[in-house]
Design a protein around this ligand. Sequence first.
Ligand code: KIV
Ligand code: ZN
Length: 391
Amino acid sequence: MANNIIIFDTTLRDGEQSPGASLDINEKVQIARQLALLQVNVIEAGFPVSSPGDFESVKRIAREVRGVSVAGLARAVEKDIDSAAMALEKAEKPRIHIFLATSEIHRKYKLLKAKEEIIHLAVKAVKYARKYVDDIEFSPEDASRTELDFLVQVVEAVIDAGAKTVNIPDTVGYAVPDHYAALIRGLKEHVKNIHKAIISVHCHNDLGLAVANSLAAVKAGAQQVECTINGIGERAGNAALEEIVMALKTRQDFYHCSTRIVTKELIATSKLVSTLTGLRVQRNKAIVGENAFAHQSGVHQDGVLKERTTYEIIKPEDVGHLKTRLVLGKLSGRHALKERIKELGYELSEEEFERAFKEFKHIADKKKRYLMRILGLLLVSRKWKFLLFSN
Ligand code: KIV
Ligand code: ZN
C-alpha cells in the first residue's frame, strides 16, 4: 500500500510553544535529525521571524537535515515571508507555511479586518511567497470556527494563488470528530479547485480529541496530518504523532492508508523530546508511556504469556519498546510469578513455588508496585531466599 498520508511534524514549532518547553539551537538540530530518522515527511523547524534563535535553528536544520521537507512558519506579511525564505535557502525541499486567521472572533477582536480584506491579504501573501518557493502551505487559523461559506472562499482563493497544501487548523481544540470530518467533506464538496491541493489537518487537544479529530479527518479525505511527538504543544498540546501513526498502522483495515514512519524509532524519539524539553511523558500515555505495554492483572498476564495478542494490539518491539512488561503486584497470578522466578534463574519445586506464591501475595497485598521491584531484587539475594523459604 502506498505511503499516502503525509506526516508533518511540528514538534519544533507548535510543540515548542508548550508552556515550560524551550530548546536551544543544538537541541533543535538533534531533534530534527531524529525526526529525519523517523522519516516524517515534513519538519516544521520554527517561526524564523519570531526570534534570532528560531531563525538560526531553521537555517541550520534546512542546511543539515536531508531527506525531508523543512518548513518555516510566517504570518501573511512580507517581512515574515522574507525571513522564512532566507532561513530555508539551503533546504533540500523548502516549504513556507503562511497563516492568517479567518474566524469571526479573530476577525472582529484580533485582526479588526473584514472578510474581503482577509482574502486579499491571504492571496497576496501566497503570491509573494511563490517568488521564493513552489511549496506553499496556507493555514486559515481557527478554521474550525470559521463560517463554512467564507472558509470555502478563502481556500479556493489561496489555491488559485498557488498554495499546494491547505491546512485546516482546529486552533483552539473546539472540534469534535463528526463535526471536523464534516468540515473536511464540506471543503471537498464545495471548493472547486480542491483537487489541486493537499488537504491537511492540525488539531489541538483542549477537549482531549486532537487524535480522534485528525483520524476522523483522514477518513473524510485529509491527506496530511500535523502532529507533535508526545502530543506536546500550545496549552493542552497537539495531536500526538505516535498515536496517529500507530492508529493508522494498527487499523489499516479501517483507514486503508499508511505512512512512511519508521515506527521502531518512536520510543527513541519520544525519549529524546521528553529529555530535551523537560516535559515528562505520563506513565499511561498511549504507545510511548512506561505502562503502555505493562500488564498487572493475573488474568491479563496469564493471557499474554499464553498468547501475546490476547491483550496486546501492538508488538512492543514495533515501536521500539524492548518487550512486554509483566508487573508483579497484588493482582498478579501464578503464571507471571513462575515466569519471573525462571527469568531470575531459579528452579523451584511445586511445593516451594506454592509457598513462594503465598508469601508473594501476602507481601504484595500490603506493598505498592515500587516495593515489589525492590523485593524482586531481593529475591536474587540469599537473604530473600532465606526469608522466603524459612518459616
Ligand atoms: O493552531 C494553529 O492554528 C496553528 C497555525 C499556525 C497552523 O498552529
Ligand atoms: Zn497549532
